[in-house]
Write a protein that binds this ligand. Structure first.
Ligand code: P6P
Length: 319
């Protein structure tokens, strides 16, 4: 019987006990969130909460539940100085003398998909805190200490990177996330592209041309299928495992892009790069993008190196 490694044990072995405690808190919250999602149909936790978040989006009851669970668990960890959440205007600072980390998260991304039983996810980034919290979390994505996500679906999987490769953990029947892959690598090129093509009319032309080259098998002769779930964590997880590219370019409606830099694009970009893939906003590497505010948005093109490099050079050439 192989010895099973929990996420807390893995982080303690590959980093330190303080960071392991942060991941243990995230894992505890994720177990509770997974159960709430799985049983949502049996309680009235589906549907709108009746308030809007700082993004002006209708909060789902499960968004609020997930946010509360993560704040409650992370608030118990001495090394967590603060959290930044998509659901809250400002960071929540804990009055700590030895706080070392800020945890920046989207507590439940894709939550509008929950009542149609589609995968949703929690996405998080961990930053070192020295002095002012906001200054610390606005540093470039290359400064991230760790990043990860939980995808709630047929199985509940936590994927993380500590900057030394990518590991995956599967939730077992006892409420533990058990190591199931400790060296995830993204295929060099994939069979899938993933985009909301209904937005294509308002993309910059270079993105329409790029998608045409994929459809016409002009990128190394690779044939593609389209896969778009409309839940970032699910679309990213498939891209990480099977290869290809996920694109959410800027649109006329959202010229800055729709997805959030600090707690969606940056953590997924760190994971993608650690798995041998890439992530850009078009011309610029996501991890190099400066942030002005904790809720900044960005375009995101993330996936296998072949597709991301081809997109980045197409955008550079179109300038
Ligand atoms: P669209 C979900 O609302 C989300 O934030 C991401 O999970 C997803 O990738 C994207 O928006 C989908 O956006 O415009 O295609 O519905």
């Amino acid at each position: 019987m192989a010895i099973s490694t929990t996420v807390e044990q893995y982080v303690a072995q590959h980093a330190n006990s303080e960071l392991a405690a942060v991941f243990a808190a995230i894992a505890t919250a994720a177990v509770s969130i997974e159960r709430a999602i799985r049983l949502a149909g049996l309680s009235d936790i589906y549907g709108a909460y009746g308030a809007v978040n700082v993004q002006g989006e209708q909060q789902q009851k499960l968004d609020v539940f997930a946010n509360d669970e993560l704040i409650a668990e992370l608030g118990k960890v001495p090394s967590v100085a603060a959290i930044v959440s998509e659901e809250d205007e400002a960071p929540v600072a804990f009055d700590r003398v030895d706080g070392r980390f800020a945890v920046i998260f989207d507590p439940l991304d894709g939550s509008s998909n929950i009542d149609v039983n589609v995968n949703v996810g929690t996405i998080f980034s961990i930053a070192a805190v020295s002095g002012d919290v906001v200054t610390s979390v606005l540093k470039p994505g290359t400064a991230q200490v760790a990043a990860g996500y939980v995808v709630y679906g047929p199985s509940c999987v936590l994927v993380l990177t500590l900057g030394k490769g990518v590991a995956a953990f599967t939730l077992d029947d006892e409420g533990e996330f058990i190591l199931t892959s400790d060296n995830m690598t993204m295929p060099a090129q994939g069979p899938y592209y993933s985009a909301n093509e209904a937005n294509a009319a308002s993309w910059p032309q270079v993105y329409r041309d790029y998608l045409g080259t994929l459809v016409d098998k002009k990128l190394n002769g690779q044939a593609y299928s389209a896969r778009y779930i409309g839940s970032l964590v699910a679309d990213f997880h498939r891209t990480l495992l099977k290869g290809g590219v996920f694109l959410y370019p800027a649109t006329e409606k959202q010229p800055q892009g729709k997805l959030r830099l600090l707690y969606e694009a940056r953590p997924l970009a760190m994971i993608a790069e650690q798995a041998g893939g890439g992530a850009v906003n078009g011309a610029t590497r996501i991890l190099d993008l400066p942030a002005e505010g904790i809720h900044d948005r960005t375009a995101l093109i993330v996936g296998s190196k072949a597709e991301v490099d081809a997109l980045q050079s197409a955008v550079a050439g179109a300038k």
